[in-house]
Design a protein around this ligand. Structure first.
Ligand code: ADP
Length: 339
């Protein structure tokens, strides 16, 4: 089991599904494309697609979003539904175990609704087959009875937009991937973009007086991930309220984050353990992720999804044919954080 960690980009409350979103008013999730900050290229592509769809009164093209968790894929599905004036239905690959799970949702959807399937790479093959005709012709073929009496009934569906999200685009079948009109890689955010996201949240949360430098500091330690930035903001807010009389300054931020075990590059114990294992046990690599995971007592998939992407992006780790290798930067990071 993966350890719960404050900077885990994964959502920490279990998602119920299939759930209908209503753009919760108490939530700090953006509801419009304008509030969805960063990812300029993606926003541009989507605003064109949205406008074209609205002009033609058609559903928007199916969208596949891939990238590490916490970068705003689910949020975007809600934003798109909101911009289209429709609803988003949220489910996930592992939750759909048989074709009929999907049929229930698809037949309840209104014209133009958005169906969001998280972790779409974990969709069972049997369910995937239902999706193809649904995506292409807005219909599903349903087999009733079995053996001699088996008959196929075709259900016509309302036109809808499928938004698929995955952390592992490579695991998707070519057949499924090719049915998406828009395929986009959601990237890690720049520190400035995260600082703007935090600023927006500070306003929504009605927090008083948080200076730019503090927000920037939190942003720079959030591994390029909005979910982590917002979570750290909440932790610092708690700390400042309980221990520092609501004072929210750079030094309070620093203290609060230290307490959470986050170093000045935003790495936490799990990241550092990964780099230490690679450096000490495997002499810097190359080593396979399975071997590193076994030594750490972690799940290899978790390391691949939530630890490695940022270490790679930050240049602490490199991936070679032979396996993972720590970089010079990674070594100096370890040295400076062990001081
Ligand atoms: P994912 O589905 O990729 O795991 P989410 O959509 O759940 O990520 O986003 C995590 C959190 O980060 C949400 O609470 C959302 O409010 C916030 N967030 C993500 N992307 C943005 C963005 N571009 N602008 C503002 N907030 C964002």
């Amino acid at each position: 089991m993966a350890r719960k960690r404050i900077i885990s980009p994964e959502q920490q409350t279990a998602d119920t599904e299939p759930a209908v979103s209503e753009s919760n008013s108490h939530s700090i999730r953006p509801t419009t494309l304008a509030q969805y900050l960063g990812q300029a290229e993606l926003r541009e592509r989507l605003s064109v697609a949205l406008e074209a769809a609205k002009d033609r009164s058609e559903p928007m093209e199916h969208v596949l979003l891939y990238g590490p968790p916490g970068l705003g894929k689910t949020t975007l599905a809600h934003v798109i539904a909101n911009e289209l004036g429709t609803r988003a239905w949220v489910t996930s690959g592992p939750a759909l175990t048989k074709g009929s799970d999907l049929v229930g949702t698809l037949t309840r959807m209104e014209p133009g609704d958005v169906l969001f399937i998280d972790e779409i790479h974990r969709l069972p093959a049997a369910v995937e087959e239902y999706i193809y005709p649904a995506m292409e012709d807005y219909k599903i073929d349903f087999t009733l009875d079995s053996g001699m009496h088996a008959r196929v009934v075709t259900y016509a569906l309302q036109p809808f937009t499928l938004i698929g999200a995955t952390t592992r685009a490579g695991l998707l079948t070519g057949a499924l991937r090719s049915r998406f009109g828009i395929v986009h890689n959601i990237r890690f955010y720049e520190t400035d973009e995260l600082a703007s996201i935090l600023k927006q949240a500070v306003t929504k949360l009605e927090m008083n007086l948080v200076d730019e430098a503090s927000l920037h500091c939190i942003a720079s330690r959030s591994r390029g991930t909005p979910r982590i930035a917002l979570r750290l903001l909440r932790r610092v807010r708690d700390f400042s309220q309980v221990r520092r009389d609501n004072v929210f300054t750079l030094s309070v931020v620093d203290e609060a984050l230290k307490l959470e075990g986050i170093d000045d590059a935003g790495l936490d114990t799990l990241d550092r353990t990964y780099l230490e294992t690679l450096s000490n046990v495997y002499e810097g690599g190359p080593a396979g992720v399975e071997a590193i995971a076994a030594t750490m007592g972690e799940d290899a998939g978790t390391l691949q999804d939530v630890v490695e992407p940022y270490l790679l992006q930050a240049g602490y780790l490199s991936r070679t044919r032979q396996g993972r290798k720590i970089t010079e930067l990674g070594r100096s990071r370890l040295n400076s954080s062990s001081k």
